[in-house]
Design a protein around this ligand. Structure first.
Ligand code: SF4
Length: 394
């Protein structure tokens, strides 16, 4: 192969990048067009039980904002200036008709901004199905568990009413199995990244994950398997980069060039909190018994930590982050949070304190999904990586 020929993994990357950056959601439109009557349901970060949407026969579609691709005109008019960028671009996408393909939207209880966005959405799109999806903050099965089970049963009933399926004919157990398989492949991707990061650049892993926000889970699983095979076979030299964990990017997404900038600055991103919906429950939701109850129990049992998830008194804030650093043999943490993101920025001092106590190096910066000035971030991340490599073990 000459140096100008496109390698299979480069071809994969271009194809998936086109899919991921397509603000018109052509893949979703194609899925709906393939069978009359199909419906798609959008959801915002951080977590919704996609299994319910899938079981009701509809396509779950992650709505993560417009990145750097869209000029915000009408979206800005809906919000004050001192909040994050995501709600503006989501509103712009909606008002410009790009989200017309979605038959409904779920707004999870991530933060007040998303709660307010759900109210605005109802006003702007009164004919669309809109639900605010709460999650338990009490992890006692008799309290939070009962609450969440009732909520999920109601939501499943409403989704079925929208899709025209009767809840009795829904095969939720099959959807749980399909998403378990998908989560297992996502875990495999993260494991390979941690073991041999030079094989899985962060930007490619990001694209692989983000494609799942538009594709049916079965197709996304196949796409992940294709990538894993290509990544294992690709001839890529081992690099002496700094191994870092990214924290704080669980909602508004950094632009892809920012992720590439971190790579070029000498950072191997061995873990992150991008698109947590893909990993929220761990790979295994029990596949026996009542599948809806299994989803509830898996939610209650999920030990992962995110700024939008309540950490009960007595549990250590930052324990998951430190565990991730240890498990992935990371050498430091980069706090990368969207500007004005209350959950991420309010958590940061507590997480930094935990890292200080554990003797783990960190640095931090803020971004927005349309950040264009990447040179300062490159210099900061490059300096951090160099510092780790030069003095990390001393
Ligand atoms: S980026 Fe932060 S503040 Fe903005 S919607 Fe997401 S969680 Fe809320």
């Amino acid at each position: 192969m000459t140096t100008t020929e496109t390698t299979p993994i480069e071809a994969w990357t271009r194809r998936v990048e086109d899919l991921v950056l397509d603000l018109d959601l052509s893949a979703v439109r194609a899925w709906k067009d393939a069978q009359p009557g199909r419906k798609a349901i959008g959801f915002l970060p951080t977590y919704v039980p996609r299994e319910l949407i899938h079981a009701a026969g509809m396509l779950p579609v992650g709505v993560l904002g417009a990145g750097e691709e869209l000029e915000i005109v009408r979206g800005d008019a809906c919000f004050q200036s001192y909040i994050c960028h995501l709600p503006r671009s989501v509103m712009e996408l909606g008002l410009s008709g790009r989200l017309d393909v979605l038959d409904g939207m779920l707004f999870p209880s991530t933060c007040d901004v998303i709660r307010n966005l759900s109210g605005l959405w109802q006003l702007e799109f009164p004919d669309k199905f809109v639900r605010y999806v709460d999650v338990p903050q009490n992890f006692d099965p008799e309290v939070g568990g009962k609450f969440y089970e009732r909520l999920l049963r109601e939501l499943l009933g409403e989704l079925c009413a929208l899709s025209g399926k009767s809840p009795e004919e829904v095969d939720l157990a099959a959807s749980v199995r399909i998403y378990n398989t998908n989560r297992a492949r996502v875990s495999e991707l993260y494991a390979l990244r941690a073991e041999e990061p030079w094989r899985v650049p962060a930007s490619e892993a990001y694209l692989a994950l983000r494609a799942g926000m538009q594709l049916p889970p079965e197709e996304h699983t196949a796409l992940l398997e294709e990538y894993l095979e290509l990544a294992r076979a690709a001839e890529r030299p081992m690099q002496d980069n700094a191994r870092v964990v990214i924290a704080g990017a669980f909602c508004e997404q950094p632009p892809l060039p920012l992720i590439r900038t971190l790579e070029r600055a000498g950072c191997d991103l061995v873990d992150d909190d991008f698109m947590l919906v893909s990993r929220w429950l761990g790979p295994d939701v029990p596949e026996t018994g009542d599948p809806l109850k299994a989803l509830v129990d898996a939610y209650l049992a999920f030990g992962g930590e995110a700024s939008c998830k309540y950490v009960p008194d007595g549990e250590d804030k930052g324990a998951r982050l430190i565990a991730s650093v240890r498990e992935k043999h990371a050498e430091g943490v980069i706090f990368a949070a969207p500007s004005f993101c209350d959950p991420a920025l309010l958590d940061r001092p507590m997480l930094q304190e935990a890292l200080d106590e554990a003797g783990i190096a960190y640095t931090s910066f803020k971004y927005s999904e349309n950040t264009g000035q990447l040179q300062p971030i490159r210099e900061q991340a490059g300096t951090f990586a160099d510092t780790i490599k030069l003095w990390g073990d001393q």
